[in-house]
Design a protein around this ligand. Structure first.
Ligand SMILES: Cc1cc2ncn([C@H]3O[C@H](COP(=O)(O)O)[C@@H](O)[C@H]3O)c2cc1C
Ligand SMILES: O=C(O)c1cccnc1
Length: 336
């Protein structure tokens, strides 16, 4: 789907005027939930998830038939600061691995019955090192937002955005600090597994980026400190909102991208749930800032959309119970 914006100002306007869930579908789903053959509330959070999903799909008895996982890949100039345990070549190598079906996300997407797409974004041209210059120009940011938007398949009924980009936990930490306050020490974590000296370099890189730029505006923060794959995730999540496709957030990097939409509009993530709590140090802090409770906490620290892809099956379970269970009247089970 072609992106309906040709400037950052247009994107900002789209994010200011967002779709809302369908009230009649929420009312219908709430009424149905109360009649299903179980004690009231016995399916816990699954019940809320099903009603939330029904509202966004404008259908009181919805189904999940076409989940889409999209992986965006980008390279980061800030790798020159020694912020990752792995070299930047791994980004393009992992893209090939995704294309051949060999990565964790391939297996998790398959297990969830999701279609998986991979978009490599100008890997031969890393972003600028944000400790020295803005990571992206305005036109590079616009291009990444548009590519993210266009990657969403309109008939999809659930979206996961994942990423691959060596160095991107540093970029995400800087973006989170710019969006929500705090310093490098608050937001930098161990990513692919840096040692104490590597963590100190990450903290210093984030603090240098915050000192160099004036990223009080969320899109300017994304431009100066983000990366192409992070911007594309934000663009895809915004497209999902326009298409009323619910979103499952992944780990730290995806949540930082989501933070841009949250700062552009406090209701900007109402169509999203947090799939999991990543082991990356500041993910809990970031989810708190977004007001989201994770569905899973399995000690994952991978990215790629892996935790969110696992959570697809939770949402499928919620919606299958909601739409497929019998009511007390249908089953002839005595009501309380
Ligand atoms: C083989 C491999 C596969 C990955 N899949 C996701 N990531 C994750 O690690 C990177 C972020 O960590 P940092 O900021 O420390 O570089 C991202 O690419 C993220 O998706 C991977 C990393 C590696 C090495
Ligand atoms: O939470 C994440 O997204 C994450 C954590 C560590 C490394 N890569 C990604």
């Amino acid at each position: 789907m072609t992106a309906p914006f040709t400037s950052l100002a247009d994107f900002r306007s789209l994010c200011a005027a967002l779709s809302t869930p369908d009230k009649a579908a929420i009312a219908g789903a709430t009424a149905r939930n109360a009649q299903l053959t179980k004690p009231q509330g016995a399916l816990g959070r699954l019940e809320d998830l099903a009603i939330w999903y029904a509202g966004w799909r404008a259908d009181p008895r919805p189904a999940i038939r076409a989940p889409q996982v999209i992986i965006f890949a980008g390279n980061h100039g800030v790798c020159a600061q020694g912020v990752s345990a792995f070299p930047p070549e791994v980004t393009v190598q992992m893209v090939a691995n995704f294309e051949h079906g060999g990565a964790a996300i391939n297996q998790l997407s398959k297990a969830a019955g999701a279609r998986m797409d991979v978009h490599a974004l100008s890997l031969a041209t890393p972003t600028a090192d944000f400790t020295l210059a803005p990571a992206m120009t305005e036109s590079e940011l616009l291009d990444a937002l548009q590519k993210g938007w266009s990657a969403v398949d309109p008939p999809a009924d659930l979206l996961v955005t994942g990423e691959m980009g060596i160095g991107n936990t540093t970029s995400a930490a800087a973006l989170a600090a710019a969006l929500f306050g705090g310093t490098g020490a608050d937001w930098a974590g161990r990513g692919t597994g840096v040692d104490d000296a590597g963590l100190a370099r990450k903290v210093a890189a984030v603090d240098a980026g915050l000192a160099l730029h004036d990223p009080r505006d969320p899109l300017e923060a994304l431009r100066c400190l983000g990366g192409r794959e992070i911007a594309a995730m934000a663009g895809a999540m915004a497209a999902a909102r326009a298409l009323r496709i619910p979103v499952i957030l992944d780990g730290f990097i995806c949540s930082a991208a989501a933070g841009v939409l949250h700062r552009l509009n406090p209701a900007g993530l109402d169509h999203a749930v947090a799939g999991h709590l990543s082991l990356e140090g500041a993910h809990q802090r970031l989810l708190d800032a977004l007001g989201k409770q994770p569905l899973l906490s399995l000690g994952l620290r991978l990215g790629e959309g892996s935790g969110a892809a696992l959570a697809i099956t939770i949402l499928q379970g919620a919606v299958a119970c909601h739409s497929g269970m019998a009511t007390f009247a249908e089953a002839g089970v005595s009501d309380a």
